[in-house]
Design a protein around this ligand. Structure first.
Ligand code: HEC
Length: 274
């Protein structure tokens, strides 16, 4: 075979693979939607959440109650947002919009998990630390070694000495004391996708999810579709969502509480089989 015939054959295979991937993408009109409300959490890291004098929920947390179990009511969050915007919990200044819904759909096939987020990113932020990206959307998936990973969501990665916390070292990223989170992020500038992790530090690359993401602004909102490796049929995976709106960075995001994702298994959201 001459070289050009080989490369044509290879191109043909790639084309076939490409169209197969496109065909495998879920039919979103058939996948149920679940609103996950994200909120501006101020300075309430895990040290705050687990301290009795700061957070009366800490007693219930020790008994195994989940954050969402106490704070999600009728599909929305029952927080005292005045308190979360006040100097005590937000010394820098709170965004105008303290909470908003992220419509979440999840589907899977043998190879992949597909997660589609649709939301309106609010303006009126108090921090514009990320000049490049108007919006970022991040997913964290706790592994089984993160203590209370399913119960506490992303909070085990959120500490009072991490960057953008009051008085913290700007080089210190989020981290875990044990276990790891997979981190997948879409950033609006250039549709950048990061496949990273959070262990003793946060890394924006080197992750094992094989993440892809596509999306962007559509109408007055954003729709972002993540594709990542299927963690395994029959598994229930803890996950959380963070949206950095209006060029915010670091802790100035809107975050979800922890939820579980069932892949052919029970969960707050059951992924639809394709
Ligand atoms: C057993 C129920 C319970 C659990 C579990 C719980 N909380 Fe709370 N939380 C409360 C109560 C009650 C308050 C309000 C009074 C207080 O802080 O003492 C509160 C207050 C808060 C506030 C401050 C805003 C407000 O409304 O006062 C934040 C933020 C918060 N919780 C986050 C969390 C997070 C994050 C988790 C999980 C890591 C969690 N909570 C788990 C009951 C709970």
């Amino acid at each position: 075979m001459s070289k050009s015939i080989v490369s044509t054959a290879v191109a043909g295979v790639l084309l076939a693979l490409g169209s197969q991937t496109a065909m495998a993408a879920p039919d979103w009109s058939k996948v149920p939607k679940r609103d996950i409300h994200v909120f501006h959490a101020g300075v309430t890291p895990i040290e705050w959440a687990t301290k009795k004098s700061d957070h009366s929920g800490s007693a219930g947390m020790r008994k195994g109650e989940t954050c969402a179990g106490c704070h999600e009511e009728k599909g929305a969050l029952n927080f005292n947002f005045k308190r979360l915007a006040d100097k005590e919990l937000e010394p820098k200044g709170a965004p105008k919009t303290m909470t908003f819904p992220v419509s979440t759909q999840v589907a899977y096939d043998a190879a992949n998990l597909y997660i589609r987020l649709t939301f309106k990113a609010p303006s009126g932020g108090a921090d514009k630390g990320d000049k490049d990206n108007e919006v970022k959307a991040t997913l964290l998936f706790a592994d089984a070694k993160v203590a209370q990973g399913a119960q506490y969501g992303c909070w085990q990665s959120c500490h009072n000495d991490a960057r953008t916390m009051p008085g913290a070292d700007d080089k210190k990223t989020k981290y875990t004391k044990e276990g790891a989170y997979e981190l997948v992020q879409w950033a609006s500038k250039g549709n950048k996708v990061s496949d990273g992790s959070v262990t003793t530090e946060r890394k924006m690359s080197g992750g094992g999810t094989g993440a892809k993401a596509e999306g962007g602004k559509s109408g007055d909102g954003y729709t972002i579709t993540f594709t990542r490796k299927n963690p395994g049929e029959g598994k229930t995976v803890p996950f959380g969502v963070a949206i950095h709106a209006d060029n915010s960075h670091g802790r100035f995001h809107h975050v979800s509480l922890g939820y579980t994702l069932g892949i052919g298994a029970d969960g707050d959201i059951k992924a639809a089989k394709q």
